[in-house]
Design a protein. Structure first.
Length: 391
């Protein structure tokens, strides 16, 4: 689609919640080169709320009608998880660019269908709303790791358990905490951004072993506590821990490399330590006196390393606005997408692998059999008895 106005008219599928938040950012002028083209919702109450906030912006109760109205150049999908690929494909079939809210889908097979539809339409852009990639702190870490200056990764650990949700949260809607309605728990919902950041920063593992005691601390069927060990072969190991039951949760990330390490606390402050020489060289040549100083904790580490501190400065919403602006610039000016949807497949695959490992009670390859995962998912949807099986 050619955007004739020099301004991308965004159609927001889902005017409540996150969709309304995006519309507010755009209406407030925080997203250059983008305007609210139209919104969709399912009720007259939603339409009333839209009119009060955004005036005469076109409103539709049927997303397909919006896509065919000529009022929009692109859409963003702020709908239930299972529907993201469906809406994206429908939009691309009608010549519209698409920005998919996280997660890209519940399981890899449906994400692959969406990506295949995009490949058939190379003139259209398919992006993902991974707003944490726009956070200056994580953008800097990506730059450092991709440069190779810290050498190969040896170990990564992320404990991200500050997603506390009380039982009332899950009781607030019948689809929450279900396989058929939500498609999962903490992995696909609250920690989806960190799953993406993990594979963006550390790469994808060769295999995954996870312990996931479903409904560990809530009366739900899905994951509210996850501990996964990620195997990278000779590149080392990773540990990813997340939960929604820890009222005093932790957010601590460490990435140990051959030439230094990265430590991030609360996703707000990172310390990057660079060794003057690779760790392997120090290991081969270190004298007994220096070893004793390290053991006793009396070492002056400036002898061996230098440090850089990165402080996160993003106010909530700024990163979302950056992704929206980047999406508009990619459409209008050919800028590179910050988060192409093709990147998101690995995030879905990683969370799927963690679940499948628990379901099969074994270590599973990252390149697992997608039909096996779907069979296991459908078995749980059948057991709930409230939603259709997936294909």
């Amino acid at each position: 689609m050619t955007v004739r106005t020099g301004n991308v008219r965004l159609g927001i599928v889902g005017a409540r919640g996150q969709g309304g938040f995006y519309a507010g950012l755009i209406a407030a002028g925080k997203v250059p080169h983008m305007s609210v083209g139209a919104l969709t919702g399912r009720s007259s109450a939603t339409e009333t709320a839209v009119r009060e906030r955004f005036g005469d912006v076109p409103y539709f109760t049927d997303p397909i009608q919006m896509m065919e109205s000529g009022a929009v150049d692109a859409i963003v999908t702020t709908v239930p998880h299972y529907v993201h690929p469906e809406m994206a494909i429908s939009a691309m079939e009608r010549g519209l660019h698409v920005l998919v809210e996280k997660p890209l889908g519940v399981y890899t097979k449906q994400v692959r269908r969406m990506l295949a539809a995009a490949e058939e339409r190379p003139s259209l852009l398919l992006g993902a709303m991974f707003n944490q990639r726009a956070n200056p702190l994580f953008a800097r870490l990506k730059q450092v790791l991709s440069s190779g200056e810290l050498g190969a990764m040896r170990r990564g650990t992320w404990v991200i358990t500050n997603w506390f949700r009380p039982q009332s949260y899950y009781d607030s809607s019948p689809w929450r905490g279900t396989w058929g309605g939500e498609g999962g728990g903490v992995l696909i919902n609250q920690a989806a951004h960190q799953v993406d950041l993990w594979q963006w920063l550390c790469g994808t593992p060769s295999s995954v072993f996870a312990k996931v005691p479903f409904g560990f601390a809530h009366d739900i069927d899905v994951d509210d506590d996850v501990t996964a060990v990620l195997h990278y072969g000779r590149r080392g190991t990773g540990v990813f821990v997340t939960a929604t039951h820890d009222m005093m949760g932790t957010d601590h990330l460490e990435i140990q490399c051959d030439k230094g390490k990265i430590v991030v606390d609360n996703s707000q402050r990172a310390t990057i330590t660079r060794l003057h020489r690779p760790m392997s060289e120090y290991s081969e040549t270190m004298d007994p006196e220096t070893i004793q100083r390290i053991v006793r904790g009396t070492t002056d580490w400036s002898e061996f390393s230098s440090t850089e501190t990165v402080v996160g400065t993003s106010v909530y919403g700024e990163d979302h606005a950056r992704v929206l602006e980047n999406f508009a610039s990619a459409i209008l000016f050919g800028d590179e997408l910050l988060a192409p949807a093709s990147d998101g497949l690995n995030a879905v695959r990683l969370s799927n692998a963690m679940l499948l490992s628990e379901w099969l009670q074994e270590e599973v390859p990252f390149d697992f059999d997608e039909d096996v995962f779907l069979d296991e998912l459908n078995a749980r949807i059948r057991a709930e008895g409230d939603y259709p099986e997936r294909s």
